[in-house]
Design a protein around this ligand. Sequence first.
Ligand code: IVH
Length: 668
Amino acid sequence: MAACRAEEARVIALRAEIERHNRAYYVLDQPTIPDAEYDKLFLELQRLEADHRELVTPDSPTQRVGGTPLPGFAQVHHGVPMLSLNNAFAEEEAAAFDRRCREGLGVTEVDYAVEPKYDGLAITLIYEQGLFVQGATRGDGTTGEDVTQNLRTVRNIPLRLLGTGIPDRLEVRGEVLILRRDFERLNAQQRALSAKEFVNPRNAAAGSLRQLDARITAQRPLRFFAYGVAQVSHEMPGTQAELMNRLLAWGIPVARERDRVAGLAGLLGYYARMGKARDNLPYDIDGVVFKVNSLADQERLGFVSRAPRFAIAHKFPAQEATTTVLAIEVQVGRTGALTPVARLEPVFVGGVTVTNATLHNEDEVRRKDVRVGDTVIVRRAGDVIPEVVAVVPERRPIFAQEFIMPKTCPVCSSQVEKPEDEVILRCTGGLYCPAQRKRALLHFASRRALDIEGLGEKLVDQLVDSELVATPADLYRLDLATLAALPRMAEKSAANLLEAIEHSKQTSLPRFIYALGIRNVGEATAKDLARHFASLDALLAAEEERLMAVPEVGPVVAASLCRFFAEPHNLAVIAQLRERGVHWLEGVASLPGTLAGKTFVLTGTLPTLTREAAKAAIEAQGGRVAGSVSQKTDYVVAGSDAGSKLEKAQQLGVAIIDQDQLLEFLKK
Ligand code: IVH
């Protein structure tokens, strides 16, 4: 049926509105309407176009779904070759680059445009009369592959340029990548479908971009960021920084983190800033790129072989490296959890030498199929513990045997069990198991528990292995002569330790409960219990039902508590601790503050308050700070770069507040 005027007008209006929201969401990162409303507009447009095929245009937002699969990719010759950048790894190399630029231009200080170096895939996009007509991969730099169909599905690539001064022809260069949060979601989806997970966002982006069936690409959360212009028919601004602003005005996404700096000090400052920000950026970067800002100066400096003289990539230490697995050992944690750990040929990654990487649990080892002798990719990002990302299958030696989890505890030979709904195996030896005993002691002495300074891993190993200490209560019977007789123990350190132990005797009820190391009883729950029962004996006497009456205590926590207190051995240790002088002030169930009964969850970075400070302030007013968002959460305090907790809060309809609103609450 031919469309009437009103329908045609509606289609045009819908497209404009959808593109406006698209730009707000994908390019400017400032969503304007809820997803559901956006979906409604999109559906209306799809319906109108389905009824009136003649109204469909190639730049309609509905055309981002992918068409018929291709037999293969056509080749594209790049009019302007896609070159590479020289790399600087050390400060001296950055200094040498700055010196060459200064000397080449005959100036004392150079004005630079600086950008992140995206860890994605280089692509080129061609616009004619403002319409996206072709996109290609880098290939060998001279000839790439035509991936236009696939790039049409990338939500933040404008199908039509916006605004004024649109050139007849424009060729934009940039990178396609997947944001970290989208990558997590994509892998969760792959797991749910029992499909193979992607190793990292870069591989996922590469795999998604090179699909012959663009309908598959359309389902992958690809993003594009521009960093340059290869060819343009119009007069353009004279600097890289202005060029990027111009692209942004036409609706082409560019890095928010781009900046302008002066001289070498400016370059190094930016490198340091981005190095710090790296782990909190929405995408992976492997360094920063320095570019002489003036395009005329860029031309004067020119190229040497296949790289520009006017730009350089200053790389960060790699967060991934390959190495070999020397052994797979199984560690036993405080609560008996068996964790397989890969012992590695030492490798420098993420700025440190890594010799071990966690393999998390049996399922994970099986899924990744890590074997002794394998070459593996190891990742260490920021302060996160190193992990094995994947095996390099081509480099597996023929003798490599599948890893099998032990059937008994590798430390105490007790049976292991696999609790329902858990992926981990646990040793059933409890405190009979030296490994669990050691962990329990370390937990007892940790800063947030009884805070015994100087009681570290090595000392606990010695004390347990020499059978001087089996339970926390034994710590309070140690004397100077015994301690000083330990190998490698000086009298002074022994005296310091005894003093720390003595000092720890005066504690608080929440700390004491937390120190016991009861499963599922973290710091927040320990505080809840202390506040509710006000004395240890009242807590010990409470039955499951009374425990569940405590806000935030559910059946799992209540069951853990009952199991722990039903164990005569645990009660004996508690009694000994008290006999030997561990004490706290009882009976002062804290006065209900203004936030009494309210549960908060903190997420992201707050403008001025550290997490610790915010937590302490909330608790001082009787509020509670929990680690995860649930129906029981009253407020989520969100700072910048808030992640999944914020999403969860939105899903559950939990009130979301910022630091200012929190401070208002605290004033009341
Ligand atoms: S400018 C003449 N800027 O790095 C080459 N490249 O080695 C000009 N890359 O695969 C490239 N982020 O795709 C430039 N901000 C950025 C970049 C960037 C990533 C990639 C580029 C190419 C490689 C060059």
